[in-house]
Design a protein around this ligand. Structure first.
Ligand SMILES: Cc1cc2nc3c(=O)[nH]c(=O)nc-3n(C[C@H](O)[C@H](O)[C@H](O)COP(=O)(O)OP(=O)(O)OC[C@H]3O[C@@H](n4cnc5c(N)ncnc54)[C@H](O)[C@@H]3O)c2cc1C
Length: 343
């Protein structure tokens, strides 16, 4: 039987971040993933500056496909607004592999099926034994299924369904576009250009509302690609979109039990407004690692439930900083004034 101090099931951003910090702290870490990396992951690949900072990555340090958008072009019906909130795009095929390699953890291709407990340890598929177990297997995470599902049932009302495709394309418009509620879609569609001649287009919406609505996701997709063509953004004839489903953030109480922890999409941490899951996956990976290393509580403190608040804060970051500096300067000036004048 193989052994490790900690086994991380799933090598996406949640798992690789957790593995990175555990390895850094000197634990023997084994990451199990059913896929061989680099692997495809359906995702628009929009990454926030905060997620990069949590990963301790400067944009210039990331050696693979990377783009920065100064503004997001947000469309709703006839209206378009340019939201000044710099964001980045990466290709998940490259990004996840880069993060997993950087973790320096041992990685093994293995589809986890069964998890049992023996003398305080976890036994995986009767082959691997560990003290700590981290479930980072995304929506279908076997650690979630085996140890957490009964205490943390998923709420169907928070499920989102998506359709997308990433392909080589000589795009001409370097902006990131988002279209909200087009054609009755209970969600939004995106156009995300990538460096080195790739593009990701897709759409997602609340699954329950989609089943109740007039249009299937496939119909929304047909309307969307027709629109991209009409707008002169993408004219492509070989679409083969794929679908995937995941869960938005619920009120979550239980994310650890004994020495088992769940992180990222296994919990369902994507933001309620935008379905942004990379940042929360990274943050939860850091928090779980910290709990293991320092024998501390694992709580989801500091993981934002909405992307909008961060975007707005970022939009107004410069004026807010200016205001804060202005206040600090005034406070310093008044504290150095004679008592009679500073009152
Ligand atoms: C179409 C789409 C677009 C999206 N766009 C964005 C975006 O632009 N920005 C953003 O922030 N978020 C986006 N998201 C959400 C984001 O992709 C996820 O929230 C994020 O990938 C979660 O990371 P994770 O590490 O928890 O899980 P994942 O990245 O899903 O990684 C889970 C890993 O576990 C492995 N695994 C699963 N089961 C097993 C098993 N039984 N045994 C071993 N390994 C297993 C899988 O192979 C996988 O590698 C999007 C999602 C979708 C579907």
């Amino acid at each position: 039987m193989q052994t490790a101090d900690a086994v991380v099931v799933g090598g996406g951003p949640a798992g690789s971040t957790c593995a990175w910090k555990l390895k850094d702290a000197g634990l023997d870490v084994l990451v199990l993933d059913r896929a061989t990396f680099p692997r495809s992951k359906l995702c628009a690949g929009w990454v926030t500056p905060e997620a990069l900072a949590d990963l301790e990555l400067e944009p210039g340090d990331y050696p693979l496909s990377f783009m920065t958008f100064d503004r997001l072009q947000v469309h709703w019906r006839m209206f378009t607004t340019r939201l000044r909130a710099p964001q980045h795009s990466i290709r998940r095929y490259e990004f996840d592999d880069f993060l997993l390699r950087r973790s320096a953890a041992r990685v093994m291709q293995h589809n986890v099926r069964s998890i049992t407990r023996e003398n305080g340890d976890y036994i995986i598929d009767d082959e691997i034994r560990c003290k700590y177990l981290v479930g980072a297997g995304g929506t279908s995470c076997p650690v979630y299924r085996t140890l957490f599902r009964s205490q943390l049932p998923r709420d169907g009302a928070l499920q989102i369904a998506t359709y997308e495709q990433e392909f080589a394309y000589d795009w001409q418009d370097p902006a990131c576009h988002l279209w909200f509620f087009d054609g009755g879609l209970p969600g939004y569609a995106w156009y995300v250009p990538k460096a080195n001649g790739y593009i990701n287009v897709g759409l997602g919406g609340m699954a329950v509302q989609l089943t109740q609505g007039e249009r299937h996701l496939r119909d929304h997709w047909s309307l969307f690609v027709a629109k991209l063509k009409k707008l002169g953004l993408v004219s492509y004839s070989d679409y083969k979109p794929k679908g995937y489903s995941y869960y938005l953030r619920d009120r979550v109480d239980t994310v650890s039990e004994k020495n088992a922890f769940i992180v990222g999409d296994a919990v369902g941490l994507a933001t309620r407004d935008m379905g942004e899951g990379i940042g929360p996956a990274v943050k939860s990976g850091l928090l779980a690692a910290d709990a293991i290393v320092n024998d501390a509580d694992y709580q989801l403190t500091g993981i934002e439930q909405f992307s909008g608040s961060a975007l707005v804060t970022q939009r107004f970051r410069a004026p807010l900083r200016w205001l804060q500096r202005f206040r600090e300067r005034r406070a310093t000036t008044s504290s150095t004034l004679p008592a009679s004048r500073s009152q």
